[in-house]
Each structure stands twice: as C-alpha cells, then as structure tokens.
Write a protein that binds this ligand. Structure first.
Ligand code: AMP
Ligand code: ZN
Length: 311
C-alpha cells in the first residue's frame, strides 16, 4: 500500500505560517504535532489578552474560579463527552499494581514491547472544555438570578495536526452563565457582541458565524444539524489565509441549554432545570491570529493594539 499525500494550497499556507512561527522562535516544536513550547513574547501576548478580557467582562461581576487541567472521571462520565467526542478525549492512566507486575512491565519495555497495558485508567481525565469541571460543582439550586463564573485553564483535545492553530493542549478563558432559559439566551447574545467588539479592537478582521461542534460518527450528524438549526453555537472567526479559507475560530459563544445542567441536576430557584451558556476564548488561537495579522515583531504592531495588550 502506498501513502497518498495530498497537499492543498491551504495545507501549504498553514505549514508556511508554522515555519514562520518556529523560525521567529515564537513557538518551539516538539516531536508531537500540536504540542509546542512558547516564547516569552508569545506569553506576553497571552497575558495582555487575559487582562483585557478580564477588564472587558468586569461588569459581569463573575466569580473567579480556577481548576487544574484534570478533573474527576465520574464527572466526565456525566457530561457524556465520551459519547459525542471519543476521538478528542484523553484519559489519564497510571500504574496501580505491585512489584511482580512492575517487573513484567520493565521486562516488556526492555524487550521493546508496549508496556502501557500494565497501566489502568485513573480516577481523573484530561479536561476537554474548561466549563465542565464548573458544572460538576454547581449541583443543586442556583442563587436568584443565576450564577456567572470566570474560568481559565488548559483544555486537551486529541486532534494532532500540522495546522499551528490546531493544538492538542491549549488555554481557554471562559465566562459561564447558568440560570433561567431566557436569561441564558440573553447572556449568550449580549456577551457575544461584546466579544466581537473586543477582538475587533485588536485589529482582527472578525466575523461571527453559526457553527457546530465536531460530534463523532453517524449519531453525531443529528447533533450537528440540531445545533445549526437552533443556532446554539456561534463562532468568532478570523480569516488567516486570504481566499484559501473562510476563517478559523478564535472564540465561541454557546447556548448549552440543559445539556450539562440536567446532567448535574442544576436548578433555578423556581425548581426548574437551569440552562447554561458560555463564551469561550482560545488564548493561543487569538495570540496566533494577532501574530498572523500584525507580524512576528511585537514592537512593529500598531500602537493602539500594543496599548490595549500592555505590550
Ligand atoms: P469550543 O469549546 O470548541 O468552542 O472551543 C473554544 C475555543 O477554544 C475555540 O473558539 C478556539 O479558539 C479554541 N480551540 C478549540 N479547539 C482548539 C484547538 N484544537 N487548538 C487550539 N485552540 C482551540
Ligand atoms: Zn464552555
């Protein structure tokens, strides 16, 4: 069997951008696609963006909460993520047996054989969407008027790619509302507009478009069409490669309806199941879109953009 490598102009444009990022030292490649080290300048952009987002959403009065990049497997189970996105999931495994099994593992390793069969799934999984650990903590009745949280952290999605915008491990900043269905819808729509304005103020040619999640398999096709039909997901996209591609999502505004709130039995004061909505910013993607738009030298960026980001 021969491998057929089809390289489209878009693939080549992505690789050229990746080369530019690596040559300038903004990113440092590892042996795995989608996992990079990041330079000090790259982190300055992310820090500036993080501060700007905090200021732009300050009037929400959100409760700040931070979780580590792993969360309980039992909660992951309740989100149903493994049903919709088995290909993106990441489970932590560890060794739980004794000396005899360890010797077997070492012998297999010594012989150049796979040794991960001696590991067992641990009680934590990698967080895929940083609002999931939050929902797991909201079980019960929400305060009057609902709750708003400000989250930040790493998400893992197993989608190895040479596209520098598609990482396997990346940071998100999310502002998450849970409350009545009407309030959740209003929250999504209002803060989507704010998000578009903030990103546009950074000189990004943003557009807000209806979108869908990459649900897996045949059953997933129905979820995709429902999501589009009911306008549950809007993505803020930025064109990076001229006419070759309509644009890459740097943020999303999501109506989660009762998907997670029902799973975790989260209710409003009237006793009904609450609805959730979140605005999620991809930190690396936004930094990369800024680099693509304004260039690799931060001191040559437009003065107003540098001022907004404290650069
Ligand atoms: P989502 O929950 O899929 O809407 O993702 C929220 C945001 O995270 C997206 O708008 C992107 O900016 C970012 N994001 C999602 N997947 C990736 C990825 N594979 N690599 C980098 N950023 C991502
Ligand atoms: Zn979310």
């Amino acid at each position: 069997m021969t491998d057929v490598l089809v390289s489209t102009p878009l693939d080549e444009a992505r690789l050229a951008f990746r080369d530019e990022l690596l040559e300038s030292g903004m990113l440092v490649a590892t042996s795995v696609p989608g996992i990079y080290g990041r330079s000090g300048d790259f982190e300055r952009i992310v820090t500036g963006l993080d501060t700007l987002l905090g200021e732009s959403f300050a009037s929400l009065g959100a409760t700040v909460l931070r979780f580590p990049p792993v969360y309980p497997r039992a909660d992951f189970e309740r989100t149903d993520y493994i049903a919709s996105f088995p290909d993106l999931s990441g489970i932590v495994s560890s060794f739980e047996d004794g000396d005899r099994e360890h010797r077997e593992l070492l012998a297999a390793r010594e012989d150049g054989h796979a040794w991960d069969g001696w590991l067992k799934p641990a009680d934590v999984v990698l967080t895929n969407a940083i609002c999931h650990p939050l929902y797991a903590t909201l079980e019960g009745t929400l305060p009057e008027g609902g709750s708003v949280h400000d989250l930040s952290g790493y998400g893992f999605r197993h989608e190895p790619s040479n596209d520098p915008m598609r990482l396997q491990s990346f940071r998100m900043r999310e502002f998450v509302f849970a409350g009545t269905p009407d309030a959740a819808q209003l929250y999504r729509d209002t803060w989507l507009d704010t998000s578009v304005a903030v990103l546009a103020s950074l000189g990004l040619a943003v557009d807000a478009v209806p979108a869908n999640d990459p649900f897996f398999g045949r059953a997933g096709k129905m979820l995709v069409s429902a999501q589009l039909r009911e306008n549950l997901k809007v993505e803020i996209i930025v064109p990076l490669y001229g006419d070759l591609h309509e644009g890459t999502a740097i943020a999303s505004a999501n109506c989660q309806r009762d998907h997670l709130t029902a799973a975790f039995d989260i209710r409003t004061t009237d006793g009904e199941i609450a609805h959730g909505a979140c605005i999620a910013f991809g930190m690396e993607r936004t930094a990369l879109a800024l680099l693509r738009t304004h260039g690799m030298r931060l001191d040559a960026w437009p003065v107003d953009v540098r001022a907004l980001l404290g650069l």
